[in-house]
Design a protein around this ligand. Structure first.
Ligand code: CS2
Length: 474
């Protein structure tokens, strides 16, 4: 999730007289690097960097953040010494805060610097926002060694010193850097997964170990003994920054900031796991630490992310562009409520406060001042629906019900995939192949990409087939 801001000569000339945001403009000591982050996108800047800035001991915890797919994000942020403005946008207006917890921004391809920092004894934590798809996990939750990017890195790692080239996946890069840590004797650290996956710490461990084993069994054993994989549920709606957002920061703050991020006032972070080398006091900023994270993860993944995916496909099929527009459409809103009813039946526990959570979501999604594009949410659908729709469908059927609302999300995805002109998805190739088929065969093939068992379950195929077209031609 990186900023999508294209050079705008008009903006440059309009604000040319303004100084650029930097530590010279806003003096303040940069904290020492103790956290290394992979995935320097807008969400990292609105979430983990915000929590770190608001921890009581923030002056002891600086972040070095590495880009994923957009190296230019590091260049722009470095020109501002890591500083950027976080715009909290509510119905009532905007508030602006300069965040200084990122003290170094680097190109993800700079694996040498990544290894140097992760091997440093001062580094205690590695946080990850690399997208769900980047873990390279197959439908069975294990590393898919045949996925092209993963396979290439596995081969590279297996070649060891003889390898020509550097790993290109975040996992491959992390494994190389952990190898440097194991050699340095700097001791244990925590890897904190902040991507929207259930049991994300466990899955990150599985993916990292899968890669490390290809490198050397000794490293895998070292990781198992020294690296704690913390599971977390993260939440803050953060759309891509637009040129208009940058303009509004310049007008309101009196400086130019090419790395500003716009987000909603709401934020949440639930964590579970050990931090063997310490951590910031994120609880001062409202983060909660729990023993059992699963109910919180499921609440977030099914209610928030599930509704997002449903709106992304149903909404676009009905001609809407943003979450707020889709939610204002009764057909989409009813589908969301029905899906929430199904999901809520499998979310037990007073502490989850489902009723409040649902009404807060309606308010958050309805914040029309946050233009959250459905096309952005629609990306990587095969990975997302596997986590957001399939578990609810399965739970409903195990309870003796049809799971029609979860099935409707899957049907909307299938309809969208069939008619979209361009699909961004880790399984784009397989989606194209499925699209070359017709009727029932095509649907079975699409369902198989979500869960290999689904095509053989005639009742489910029947259910989804009957729900296709729900959002088309209405
Ligand atoms: C969204 C998430 O793009 C998506 O898939 O559902 O990025 C969502 O906005 C965040 O998880 C909110 O915390």
């Amino acid at each position: 999730m990186s900023a999508d801001v294209h050079a705008d000569p008009l903006r440059d000339s309009r604000h040319a007289e303004l100084p650029r945001l930097s530590r010279a403009l806003m003096p303040g000591a940069a904290a020492p690097i103790r956290i290394v982050h992979l995935g320097l996108g807008a969400f990292h800047r609105s979430h983990q960097a915000w929590y770190t800035q608001h921890a009581g001991d923030s002056s002891a915890w600086g972040i070095a953040s590495f880009t994923g797919r957009r190296p230019d994000a590091a260049v722009t942020l470095s020109q501002q010494d890591g500083l950027y403005t976080l715009v909290e946008r509510s119905d009532a207006g905007d508030s602006f805060e300069v965040i200084g917890s990122i003290v170094e921004a680097a190109d993800g391809d700079d694996v040498g610097r990544l290894a140097e920092l992760i091997a440093s004894p001062g580094t205690a934590i590695v946080t990850l926002t690399v997208t769900e798809a980047a873990y390279g996990l197959g439908p069975d939750g294990r590393l898919d060694a045949a996925a092209p990017a993963i396979a290439a890195d596995l081969q590279l790692l297996a070649a060891g010193a003889a390898a020509s080239g550097k790993p290109a996946t975040p996992l491959g890069r992390l494994v190389l850097a952990l190898a440097a840590r194991s050699r340095s004797g700097s001791g244990p650290l925590a890897v904190v997964c902040c991507d929207n996956l259930a049991h994300n710490g466990t899955l990150a461990r599985r993916a990292v170990l899968g890669m490390a084993e290809a490198f050397d069994a000794g490293l895998a054993a070292w990781i198992l003994a020294n690296v704690s994989f913390v599971s977390t549920s993260v939440d803050r709606i953060t759309p891509r920054t637009t040129s208009a957002d940058l303009d509004s920061v310049a007008s309101a703050c009196g400086y130019r900031d090419e790395s500003a991020v716009v987000t909603e006032p709401f934020r949440d972070w639930v964590l579970s796991g050990d931090f063997p080398a310490g951590r910031p006091r994120w609880e001062d900023a409202g983060a909660t630490f729990v023993d059992n994270i699963e109910p919180f993860e499921n609440r977030k993944l099914w209610l928030l992310n599930g509704a997002h995916s449903l709106l992304a496909y149903a909404g676009q099929l009905r001609g809407h562009a943003t979450v707020a527009q889709a939610l204002a459409d009764a057909a989409c809103r009813e589908a969301v409520e029905a899906f929430w009813d199904e999901a809520a039946a499998h979310l037990q526990g007073e502490e989850l406060r489902i009723r409040d959570y649902r009404s807060a979501l309606l308010q958050r999604f309805g914040n029309a001042r946050i233009a959250h594009n459905l096309a952005q949410i629609a990306m990587d659908g095969s990975t997302k629906l596997r986590l957001r729709a399939v578990p609810v469908l399965r739970a409903e059927r195990a309870a003796g019900r049809t799971g029609a609302a979860a099935g409707r999300m899957i049907a909307a995805w299938a309809d969208y995939v069939i008619c979209a002109s361009e699909i961004t998805d880790p399984l784009a190739g397989s989606l194209r192949l499925a699209n070359g088929l017709e009727g029932r065969e095509r649907l079975e093939s699409l369902l198989g990409l979500l869960d290999p068992d689904l095509p053989a379950e005639a009742d489910i195929v029947e259910l989804v087939a009957g729900l296709q077209g729900s959002f088309v031609d209405q």
